[in-house]
Design a protein around this ligand. Structure first.
Ligand SMILES: *Cc1c(COP(=O)(O)O)cnc(C)c1O
Length: 367
């Protein structure tokens, strides 16, 4: 079976470096908020081209904390509205709800799966405070249009970069294309830890100051609590592992890109829709998502042929039980529903053997 993702192969490359870090940490005996985190934050901020990086416990917390920090600064308040793509991974939307704000869903485009910037303005009200674009599957959203709308209506732009580490747009990396950005280092992401992890990037000094306290019980000084914060920290061991892996991120994304190019050139089955790519080099290729009107049959066929695929995502957020209270029904977001009924993600991890790749595209063309 060709696995959808092989985290063993991806991580075993760094076995010795990881073990050295663990040894060092055991000898030192300092596990939380130490120099390994500071070093990773410095390197990841530099990588993204921003002033600040704040390590947190996971990607969901990264987004929640940005919104909480804006509430502390008086920029947002409970009940305010945040515009978010309707077809994102549920965490983008949960973050808005968890911060006491209201997610306002906007349809994506069918061809690139990204929020349709031409449909944002019609959803802006007096309560709208932010747009939360998601660089879904690794491709950066239409940020020129989004930032123009935000400027016109005085909104914050909060990037969800959980799937797009290293992706870039007009010479800037994601994480540096809005007011603040949330990253996830969940093991399966382009930059993945050996456990949970996340980070926030921003150029806003005031926001960064609140966030540094907020992730640590709201304390700027030990045993002094300035904000009603939480405990959401990126630990020393994960930070050290991430520093090792960050060195290989560009190289890994390059490998993902060449796999995407092979798929794009060699999948010739006329029943398959390939994704629209705006800039092949700027895309981080977290996922390679095709569409088929016979998606379930295709997935079964590929499985029988020995190729594992995954659906991202089978149930759109507006039809999830968690959002029953919004009263959404099937048919409310037809493009989102069309994507979730037809999409299929092919294996695209950096260490996938070349032969496996050829096998995948041949199986798809055979269908
Ligand atoms: C993974 C992911 C998150 C959440 O990250 P976690 O670290 O799993 O909490 C948020 N948004 C998107 C788009 C994601 O893919």
């Amino acid at each position: 079976m060709i696995p959808f993702l092989d985290l063993q192969k991806i991580n075993i490359r760094h076995e010795q470096a990881f073990k050295n870090e663990l040894d060092e940490l055991l000898k030192k005996g300092w596990f939380i908020l130490g120099e390994k985190l500071t070093e990773f934050e410095r390197l990841f901020a530099r990588y993204c081209g921003v002033k600040h990086c704040i390590g947190v416990a996971n990607g969901l917390d990264a987004l929640i904390l940005i919104l909480e920090a804006y509430k502390e600064l008086g920029v947002m308040k409970i009940g305010d509205e945040v515009i978010v793509p309707a077809n994102t991974y549920i965490a983008s939307i949960l973050a808005i709800s968890k911060a006491g704000l209201k997610p306002v869903l906007v349809e994506p485009r069918l061809d690139d799966y990204l929020i349709d910037s031409s449909k944002i303005e019609e959803r802006i009200t007096d309560r709208t405070v932010a747009i939360l674009p998601v660089h879904l599957y690794g491709q950066v959203c239409d940020m020129t249009a989004i930032n123009t709308i935000a400027l016109k209506h005085n909104l914050k732009v909060i990037e969800d970069s959980a799937q797009s580490h290293g992706a870039y747009y007009q010479g800037k990396r994601c994480g540096n294309l809005g007011d603040a950005s949330g990253f996830s280092f969940y093991p399966g992401k382009n930059l993945g830890a050996l456990g949970d992890g996340g980070a926030i990037t921003t150029n806003d000094d005031e926001l960064a100051e609140v966030l540094i306290a907020y992730r640590n019980y709201g304390s700027q000084e030990k045993y002094k609590c300035k904000f009603k914060g939480i405990n959401s920290r990126l630990d020393e061991l994960q930070a050290a592992f991430l520093t090792i892996k960050l060195k290989y991120l560009d190289e890994d994304n390059e490998k993902r890109r060449s796999i995407a190019e092979i798929y794009t050139k060699s999948i010739t089955n006329p029943t398959i829709n390939l994704p629209l790519i705006h800039n092949v080099n700027g895309h981080a290729w977290h996922l390679f998502v095709i569409r088929s009107q016979r998606r379930d049959e295709l997935q079964k066929f590929l499985f029988k042929e020995g190729v594992q695929t995954v659906i991202h995502y089978p149930i759109p957020p507006h039809l999830q039980g968690a959002y029953n209270d919004f009263g959404y029904k099937k048919g409310y977001f037809p493009i989102t529903e069309e994507i979730s009924d037809t999409c299929l993600s092919l294996p695209i991890w950096p260490e996938i053997p070349e032969d496996d790749l050829m096998y995948v595209k041949e199986a798809i063309n055979l269908f």
